[in-house]
Design a protein around this ligand. Structure first.
Ligand code: 1BO
Length: 297
């Protein structure tokens, strides 16, 4: 039976949970609490990033959640990302990863992604990730926000095919070309902003389907993504929503209704690399790095 512990096999054989908690735009304290709550309710995948500024809080949440639920490290799948201003050669990236591991309080990462394809550095950075993967510091490597041109170049000039491309994906942004290109190369698409920053929740088609299936709009969208075989990370810091977002396994959207959602695609991204520079972890999209209390022993 499908559930929060259902996994997908990545192209290197590693099993990754198909639905997880994301902590973008969340403070350290809120990340810690959300992660503990999510693990308590069965989530097994946690997605953070250096850029979010909340790896310390997320790490405490992971360790506290594991302790409370009697889980082992291998029961949780942790994703984090290499931030734009810290991309570079192996020596540089290796030090950054060590810092991220120390902030998270973990000794390996399950999935390490290049957060954005900084044109001057993404190839060199990916080669560094390949080496870190071979050294066993990360169990899988991948990218985020790579369009087909950048992905083609990466594939031509590297040895290991990325396991994941994490993209903005939701009913109004379905990344058809990227999805098709990535799938044809064995790269799994993963959704960030799966609810379209809340916009898709008020879409009349989604609202009508929510009524028809007696589900929330968020559940309809997350179930649609599930049936599309998209790996998804969804953010919430509220226990009720964390539970609601994962309660999508006891109903199925019909083929016809799946098509109705597929037709909502406007191919419009909310955020794209070319629109901004993004080098400050405490800047426009980051949180202040706070002192976060360690887990209660
Ligand atoms: C702009 C950040 C996207 C999610 O990682």
């Amino acid at each position: 039976m499908d559930g929060l512990q259902s996994t997908i096999k990545l192209n290197n054989g590693v099993e990754m949970p198909r639905l997880g908690l994301g902590v973008w735009k969340t403070s350290n304290n809120d990340s810690r609490d959300a992660v503990v709550t999510a693990i308590k309710h069965g989530y097994r995948a946690i997605d953070t990033a250096r850029e979010y500024g909340n790896e310390p809080g997320t790490g405490v949440g992971i360790r506290e959640g594991m302790q409370q639920e009697g889980l082992k490290r291998e029961d949780i799948f942790v994703t984090t990302k290499l931030y734009n201003g810290e991309q570079g050669d192996y020596d540089k990236v290796s030090k950054v990863l060590d810092k991220q591991l120390s902030d998270l309080g973990l000794d390996y990462i399950d999935l390490y992604l290049i957060h954005w394809p900084v044109d001057a550095t993404y190839l060199e950075s990916y080669h560094a990730l390949e080496r870190l993967y071979k050294e066993g510091k990360v169990r899988a490597i991948g990218v985020s926000n790579f369009d087909n041109d950048r992905m083609s170049k990466l594939l031509e000039e590297s040895e290991i095919v990325p396991a994941i491309n994490q993209m903005e994906f939701n009913p109004t942004q379905q990344e058809k070309e990227i999805l098709s290109f990535d799938s044809s190369h064995g790269i799994q698409l993963e959704a960030w902003s799966p609810l379209g920053a809340g916009k898709s929740l008020n879409n009349p088609v989604i609202e009508a389907l929510a009524k028809k299936y007696s589900r929330s709009a968020a559940q309809i969208i997350l179930r649609w993504e599930w049936q599309r075989d998209i790996v998804t990370v969804v953010k919430s810091v509220h226990e009720k929503r964390i539970v609601e977002n994962s309660d999508i396994f006891d109903f199925e959207i019909s083929d016809e209704d799946m098509q109705r959602i597929n037709q909502l695609d406007e191919n419009k991204r909310d955020l794209w690399y070319d629109d901004f520079t993004w080098h400050n972890p405490n800047g426009r999209y980051g949180n202040e790095i706070e002192k976060v209390p360690d887990i209660k022993k």
